[in-house]
Design a protein around this ligand. Structure first.
Ligand SMILES: C[S@@+](CC[C@H](N)C(=O)[O-])C[C@H]1O[C@@H](n2cnc3c(N)ncnc32)[C@H](O)[C@@H]1O
Length: 246
């Protein structure tokens, strides 16, 4: 099960999260829902960064999220979405009411087996479960180095985010994995601000956080792609795992 203290670190940061965190490419939503469906649930929806891409793809879009601060931002941005307080382990929706469930940047926080049972319960038979994460581009040395400041113990082998997208999830058959490469222009200030919304920065004490920010600045000062620049190109990869409910 995920570290609950880290999972709760998102509770109060709705506006900062929405301002600084990256969005998702539309191609990710297209890979999950190539055809329009009746109802889709975005679970662990946060401020609705991925939910927004579902609106044109379903008649009914529901967002479930435990943090009230996150949901306040989502409701203000996306009034057409039904926004419900709840967790993956106890989803406030009836059995068989959703054609698809999406989980962006959040599945690794869930109690996996309890969440899979709940997701299976709210899906129609044969319904789609999609898990997705944004990653740094492995070829972008300065961004990889900054990732190591936030997550010193994490390597490609030990990444608990995508590792939670196992081939076998109880109640589901693995369908496919897709990778979508994209990039964004980001200011140095926003790049640092983004790291301040990451769980390990949020959970750190003030001195540790200041030391971590100093390490980020030192990496950006040294790399030719970022040194002396106020704005730079950040390459990203979105990884999408899809499953069918059995
Ligand atoms: C990294 S944020 C991702 C938010 C949003 N999906 C996005 O991509 O911007 C992780 C989200 O998972 C939520 N979360 C944590 N534990 C959860 C649980 N057990 N059930 C549902 N959501 C949870 C957090 O409140 C937070 O909003």
């Amino acid at each position: 099960m995920a570290d609950q203290q880290l999972a709760k670190s998102f509770e109060g940061i709705g506006e900062e999260y929405d301002r600084y965190r990256p969005g998702f490419p539309d191609a990710a939503a297209q890979a999950i829902l190539p055809e329009r469906v009746d109802a889709v649930l975005d679970l662990g929806a946060g401020t609705g960064k991925f939910t927004a891409l579902l609106i044109s793809r379903a008649a009914r879009v529901v967002a479930v999220e435990p943090s009230a601060a996150m949901l306040d931002v989502l409701r203000a941005k996306l009034p057409a979405v039904e926004a419900l307080v709840g967790g993956a382990e106890s989803i406030p929706l009836p059995d068989g009411s959703m054609d698809a469930v999406t989980v962006a940047q959040a599945f690794h926080w869930f109690d996996r087996d309890a969440a899979c049972a709940e997701i299976r319960r709210v899906l129609v038979p044969g319904g789609t479960l999609a898990l997705l994460w944004n990653h740094s581009d492995p070829d972008c040395a300065w961004d990889r180095a900054c990732h190591r400041v936030a997550h010193p113990a994490v390597s490609a082998e030990t990444d608990s985010t995508t590792a939670s997208a196992a081939d076998e999830l109880p109640g589901f058959i693995f369908d496919r994995r897709s990778e979508i490469a994209w990039s964004e222009q980001i200011t140095r200030e926003d790049y640092i601000g983004r790291w301040l919304t990451v769980s390990s920065f949020l959970a750190a004490d003030e001195d540790t956080r200041a030391a971590m920010v100093a390490q980020l600045n030192s990496i950006l000062d040294r790399d030719p792609a970022t040194a002396d620049r106020t704005t730079f190109t950040l390459p990203m990869v979105t990884e999408v795992f899809t499953y069918r409910a059995v």
